[in-house]
Design a protein around this ligand. Structure first.
Ligand code: PMV
Length: 338
C-alpha cells in the first residue's frame, strides 16, 4: 500500500492576475490531503465502487466536455457536473487509468483537512495526490515534474483554465514565484532578516463561496477589459514589490501591499459584505487582510505585527482564527507493507 501526503496552498499575492500571465507568490501550507492507495479488482473511491472501463469512459466524456467548453468560452456545464466531489475524483482516476493502462483497479481512500472550495488549493492537492498515488503504485515512479504536469491536466476538469500555480505549489512545496508557462522558482531567501514575518499571518474561513473557482475565473474573464486590465497589471506590479518586501522582512510594506491587493481584487467583484466589514476593521487596527484564491468568500489571510490583535477582531466577527505554517514540504510518498 502507498501513502501520499500533499499540502494545500495559499496565494500571498497574485491570484487571478496569474491567469493572465502575471507572476504570483504562492506558499504551501500545513493543511493536507492524505491518500492511501492499493490495487483492487475495481475502482473503490472512499468505499464507493465503480467499474474500471466505465471510470475511463467517464473521464473521456469529461475531457470532451472540457474541449467543448474551451471552444465556446463557457465552462458552466463542466462546473455544474464537477460540483460533486466524487465526479472530480472519478474523472481524475479515469484519466490516470487511461494514461497508465494498468491491469488492475485501485482502492483509494482520500482524507483532507483542507477546507473545500475555500482558496486553499483543496482540488490542486487532490489532483497532485491522485497522480502521485497512481504513478507510485503502477509505475513505481515518483517524479515531481511529471506529477505536476499531469496534475495540471486534472485541474482543468475542475477549474476550466487553471494557471498551474496551485498544483505547482502543492507539488513542490515551499514558497513559489510562479508565472504561467514558466518553471516555478522556489523563493528560498524570504524573511532573511530573521524577522519572523511568517508568524504574523493568520487565516480564517469566512464561508464556502457560492460560486466555484471555475465560475469566478469565468466572471473575471467576462469583466469589462477597461476595468479588468489595469487591475491585472497592478496586481502583477504588486507581486514584484511583495517579493522585495518579504525578502527584506519589511512589515510596513507587506501591510500596504496586501491592502492594495485587496483593493484590486474587490474591483473585480470578488469581495463579500462580511469579508469587507472584517477587512476594514483589520485595516483600521493597522493590519492587512485579503481573501485568497478565487474569492467570493473562503479563506481570509490577515497580517499584523501584533497577531493577537487581529485574532481578537476575527473572533469578534464570528470567525475562527487559525495559525498557519507557510512554506511546508510538497508532495511526499511512503510505501507501507499491507
Ligand atoms: O480558489 P483556488 O484555491 O482554486 O485558487 C484559484 C486561483 C486563481 O488564480 C483564481 C486561478 C488559477 O488558476 O490560478
Amino acid at each position: 500500500m502507498i501513502k501520499i501526503r500533499v499540502p494545500g496552498k495559499i496565494h500571498l499575492v497574485g491570484e487571478h492576475s496569474v491567469v493572465y500571465g502575471e507572476p504570483a507568490i504562492i506558499a504551501a501550507l500545513d493543511r493536507h490531503v492524505s491518500v492511501e492507495i492499493r490495487t483492487a479488482s475495481a475502482i473503490f473511491i472512499n468505499g464507493k465502487e465503480f467499474d474500471i472501463d466505465e471510470t475511463k469512459r467517464f473521464s473521456q466524456r469529461i475531457e470532451e466536455l472540457w474541449q467543448r467548453c474551451m471552444k465556446n468560452c463557457d465552462f458552466s456545464e463542466l462546473s455544474s457536473i464537477m460540483k460533486s466531489d466524487n465526479n472530480f475524483i472519478r474523472a481524475s482516476a479515469g484519466y490516470m487509468l487511461d494514461s497508465l493502462q494498468p491491469e488492475e483497479g485501485v482502492k483509494i481512500d482520500i482524507k483532507s483537512d483542507i477546507p473545500r472550495g475555500a482558496g486553499m488549493g483543496s482540488s490542486a492537492a487532490i489532483s497532485v495526490a491522485i497522480v502521485a498515488s497512481f504513478s507510485s503504485l503502477f509505475k513505481n515512479e515518483f517524479n515531481r515534474q511529471k506529477i505536476n504536469s499531469a496534475a495540471f491536466e486534472l485541474e482543468r476538469f475542475l477549474h476550466g483554465t487553471p494557471s498551474g500555480g496551485d498544483n505547482s505549489a502543492c507539488c513542490f512545496g515551499g514558497f513559489l514565484w510562479f508565472r504561467k508557462g514558466e518553471n516555478s522558482i522556489e523563493m528560498k531567501n524570504l524573511g532573511t532578516k530573521d524577522s519572523g514575518i511568517f508568524d504574523n499571518f493568520i487565516v480564517a474561513n469566512t464561508g464556502i463561496p457560492k460560486l466555484s473557482t471555475c465560475e469566478l475565473v469565468q466572471n473575471v474573464r467576462r469583466t469589462d477589459p477597461s476595468i479588468r486590465d489595469p487591475v491585472i497589471k497592478d496586481l502583477g506590479k504588486i507581486t514584484s514589490l511583495m517579493k522585495e518586501a518579504l525578502e527584506e522582512g519589511d512589515s510596513k510594506r507587506i501591510v500596504n501591499l496586501i491592502n492594495r491587493t485587496w483593493d484590486n481584487l474587490s474591483k473585480l467583484g470578488l469581495s463579500t459584505p462580511n469579508a469587507d466589514s472584517l477587512i476594514s476593521k483589520i485595516r483600521k487596527a493597522g493590519g492587512a487582510a485579503k481573501l485568497c484564491g478565487a474569492c467570493g468568500g473562503g479563506t481570509l489571510l490577515a497580517y499584523h505585527e501584533d497577531v493577537d490583535m487581529i485574532r481578537k477582531l476575527v473572533n469578534e466577527a464570528g470567525y475562527q482564527p487559525a495559525r498557519i505554517k507557510l512554506g511546508v514540504e510538497g508532495v511526499t510518498t511512503e510505501t507501507v507493507s499491507p
